[in-house]
Design a protein around this ligand. Structure first.
Ligand code: HEM
Ligand code: HEM
Length: 175
């Protein structure tokens, strides 16, 4: 597998970035439950996949974290405000890991069990585990924080591309 270089992101980095971006945006559709109690196309077709897609994101996020730590010495370095850029990226990683963890806590803490892509990993007990449910209650707060961080992240990428006119977005697109 190719490594990143100071001027380019490798195919592995770009695949993980864009595939996970798509999955994460699908996960944000869960906010659609707030509209008309989820009684619409999004609620009926995308939201039912929330737990399975979330579990897939968890596995990919662990792989991506391992890959990012290995690639850190080779990667493009931010030209401006490096501490802020690193903080932003670290917070994005934290959300990618904490959302599936707190989501799983919601399911197990509520005694609902856990089924991923049709495979029942933990059977439903209907017995509440209050401390797990309490951790699960953080899911929604972290999800809203993640939405704000992703909006800021996209705005920064577009700022680089259209205002500063540098290669930041192009190197993540692979051109
Ligand atoms: C990166 C992965 C995930 C993202 C981005 C995400 C995002 C979200 C969002 C945006 C909401 C709506 C919050 C609101 O309306 O205030 C939500 C709710 C929910 N999610 Fe997730 N989620 C993820 C993973 C998971 C996983 C893996 C599970 C279960 C195993 C899960 C279970 C739930 C449940 C039960 C709710 C409704 C209750 C609540 O708001 O806490 N999520 N999620
Ligand atoms: C939707 C969820 C997204 C998440 C969670 C996310 C997360 C990240 C993370 C963690 C990095 C650091 C490199 C890495 O470890 O992969 C990164 C880099 C980057 N992302 Fe995103 N991203 C998302 C969406 C987007 C979108 C939609 C765009 C474009 C409009 C974008 C543009 C970029 C660019 C240009 C970089 C390279 C920054 C640099 O070289 O300093 N990202 N992203």
């Amino acid at each position: 597998m190719r490594n990143d270089t100071p001027s380019h992101y490798s195919g592995t980095t770009r695949f993980l970035h864009w595939a996970m971006s798509l999955l994460i945006i699908l996960q944000f559709m869960k906010l659609g439950d707030r509209i008309n109690d989820g009684e619409h196309w999004v609620g009926q077709n995308i939201v039912p996949w929330h737990i399975s897609v979330g579990a897939l994101i968890f596995v990919l996020a662990l792989l991506r974290l391992w890959w990012a730590l290995r690639q850190r010495p080779h990667r493009p370095q931010p030209e401006a405000m490096p501490a802020l850029v690193r903080l932003g990226h670290n917070l994005l990683y934290a959300c990618m890991l904490l959302l599936p963890i707190t989501g799983i806590c919601t399911m197990l803490g509520g005694g609902y069990g856990l089924t991923v892509f049709g495979i029942n990993l933990v059977a439903e007990t209907e017995v509440e585990i209050p401390w797990l449910a309490a951790i699960g209650n953080l899911h929604s707060y972290i999800a809203w924080t993640f939405v704000a961080l992703v909006i800021g992240h996209i705005a920064a990428a577009l700022f680089h591309h259209f205002v500063r006119r540098d290669r930041t977005l192009r190197r993540m697109l692979g051109s």
